[in-house]
Design a protein around this ligand. Sequence first.
Ligand code: URA
Length: 245
Amino acid sequence: MVRPLAQRLRVPAASPFGENISPPKEEGPPNPMTATPAQVHLLDHPLVQHKLTLMRRKDASTNSFRRLLNELAMLMTYEVTRDMALQDIEIETPLETMTAKVIDGKKLVFVSILRAGTGILDGMLSVVPGARVGHIGLYRDPQTLKPVQYYFKMPSEIEERDVIVVDPMLATGNSAIAAVEKVKALGPKSVKFLCLLTCPEGIAAMQKAHPDVPIYTAAIDRQLNDHGYILPGLGDAGDRIFGTK
Ligand code: URA
């Protein structure tokens, strides 16, 4: 089971990075690599960490990058859905009647932020094949640098569903924040955010805008560079998934 980082490190709620981000109780200055966002779930399973390392390598081919992302998405879906509600139903086994558990409520919704989010969907859907899928397309206006929506398609009855918004990289947080805002406007039961990689800046921005949205990630890297890329990171996730560079 993956507990929130803050819980695992037993940290207070105040933060140098944002409202819900707190340093661990350690002597000396806070270390951004071990900062402890209250709502951030760091998926530190050895398989997740191993596969992420293979993806980061610049010599990973498009084929292996995509395959690893697929495998990672499956493992991460397992954790992000850990708290799904269950209900009891009565079934017949070949031997007798029993009360057994199934997932309660309407089907989950995975919302992909185009285009890189799409690279995570296959893996997620192989673990939760009945999930509904929404898409949000956003581009950055070169003048205002604000995200502008060019595509938005969501499943029906979203107010009765739990939503997981996905994008491999939570970097500046601009697209993720805008996407979560659009999803929240439809009134879903809950919203989570799942990414592969993030950084202190992305977490702080997301938590300032949406402190109620938990973030699930495989790593919190050192920082953003001047072009909005995560360091050390893995480069442009979209280009690496689709082989467009
Ligand atoms: N988007 C990417 O694809 N990579 C980054 O490092 C940041 C944003």
